[in-house]
Design a protein around this ligand. Sequence first.
Ligand code: T46
Length: 134
Amino acid sequence: MQVIKYAFQQHGDDRGMLVALEEYKDIPFEIKRVYYMYDTKKDVHRGFNAHKSLEQILICIHGSCKVLLDNGTEKKIVSLEKPYEGLYIANNMWREMYDFSEDAVLMVLASEYYKEEDYIRDYNEFLRMVGVEK
Ligand code: T46
């Protein structure tokens, strides 16, 4: 499984750092939605879903967390701990986020508006969708 992690361009000077993200330039899709999670409680795991068509980029803009990616046959764990790194998650990919630091702010750029119909929240349904019998 190929993990796509972007290292965004950092604009730094003696005042500090800045990252700018433009759709189709830094982000490979039109950004229709931005959401972020914070104050995630200790030992909490979030996600446990895949998407039929949604593409997303996860950026831990403060603190750190881990993301488990699962394409049905292979799993990979990715650490997000830098505000200039973005993890691309394509459709048809199961994801779980965990190990959030107390100060973690995980921001997500999404290619579609929020649509519950796009979610696959049942792991066996996900396996069937990606062609792995269960
Ligand atoms: C994903 C991972 C990375 C909304 O009303 N609008 C939204 O855009 C989102 C994302 C959520 N919500 C509501 C729905 C739930 O009542 O916020 C609540 C928490 O959402 P959820 O339990 O789906 O959050 P996570 O952290 O488990 O998963 C989220 C995304 O939903 C999911 O698409 O890929 O982050």
